[in-house]
Design a protein around this ligand. Sequence first.
Ligand SMILES: Cc1cc2nc3c(=O)[nH]c(=O)nc-3n(C[C@H](O)[C@H](O)[C@H](O)COP(=O)(O)OP(=O)(O)OC[C@H]3O[C@@H](n4cnc5c(N)ncnc54)[C@H](O)[C@@H]3O)c2cc1C
Length: 389
Amino acid sequence: MSNAFKAIIAGGGFGGLTAATALAQRGWSVTVYERQHELRASGSGIYIWENGLRILDAIGAQVVSRDSFHGRAMEQRDRNNQVIDPGDFPPSVRLVTVARKDLLNGLRDAALRAGVEIRTGAEVIGAGAAGDLHFAGARSAQADLAIGADGVWSAVRRALGLELFHQQTDEGALRAIIPGTQEDLGFDGQGKYIELWSGSRRLLITPLNRHEIYLAFTCQKDDLAGKASPLDKAAWIASFPHWAHLIERVDTLLPWAPYSIVKVKAWSAGRTALIGDAAHAQPPNLGQGGGMAMQSGLALATFLEDLEDRRDIPERLQAWEAHERELAEHCQRWSCLYGEVSVLPDDARSRIIHHGMADPWVRSQILRAAQSQPTGTQRPGQPVRLAAN
Ligand SMILES: Cc1cc2nc3c(=O)[nH]c(=O)nc-3n(C[C@H](O)[C@H](O)[C@H](O)COP(=O)(O)OP(=O)(O)OC[C@H]3O[C@@H](n4cnc5c(N)ncnc54)[C@H](O)[C@@H]3O)c2cc1C
């Protein structure tokens, strides 16, 4: 047990809280610095795939309840509401959807139970490679390990000079949670998530529980009616007339925002590491950005197990990156690729989705992260592999 070691983390999001909990459970003393005045998840609902569920299980975060929605398929439909692909998941892959606040609260509670200290209203403005985080007023904190889990605009990433690029996509989404039940999805939509395509607009229908449905309205940045806030219901009903009954219910809406794609030179410098969107932000097309943030957070703690000398931390961090980075970037690549079909003509897109999703290799690439066994979720007694692939 390495109970002498200290970690400081910038950002109390999904990645930061997972890393904090996993380190604390391994004997580390951990402080999280979150710039908001309370831990708050921005956004509406979130998909948690099999890999994310295993991570929550491994750190003891109680997020999924009997009320959470367990979908058995992601059905793709065209503008006429005709099925392009049934999108059934293999039995080994679970997918659960919850409100973002429920995921964040579950992670926060697990962190507090593990003894993590969470300081809110604490904005990190810089960092160094010696495990140091910097704050306004020339204040700083230093530890054996510092982590930048501060999201797409990461101050830690920029301070360390690790950014290769941060690109924003032309596509973006408006999001809302509406009241709704399974009956609202029709007799053929029960138990499923439904993704609908019409021109360059997309509507993703995601049940969250027995009484709420999360809607994501996706369009290009030059689609002024599509991205209008409050929602231009007539414009969206014109694109998806079969779903007028849900679109009509939108009240509170998160305004349109593009997606970020982040690439970095390395996941760490010295004793300071980057996790989650700070290191590998990706469009949400695979629903794996949060899963990857949690996955890299738990893996990092696992690679630091049995540490005896903090001088070994840089090497451990490099081994962690060598082991984890390929999968995170695989998700990023496939998520970008998936997004490309949104600008194709309807007929061509339907053919590509129909044939692509029927191809076992394509499906295995899309489901690869979901079907992976995240580092640190090994069954008890199974040795943790620290060597890079
Ligand atoms: C439309 C959309 C839908 C998505 N859907 C899904 C999905 O279904 N499933 C999924 O897995 N992923 C999804 N994602 C991706 C997912 O939201 C992100 O990948 C995930 O939130 C990344 O977690 P993180 O902890 O790295 O960063 P964040 O969640 O962004 O957390 C960063 C935290 O750091 C704090 N912070 C920022 N700067 C500072 C600072 N300077 N000092 C201190 N604190 C700071 C922030 O306030 C925040 O609390 C979606 C993304 C979008 C845009």
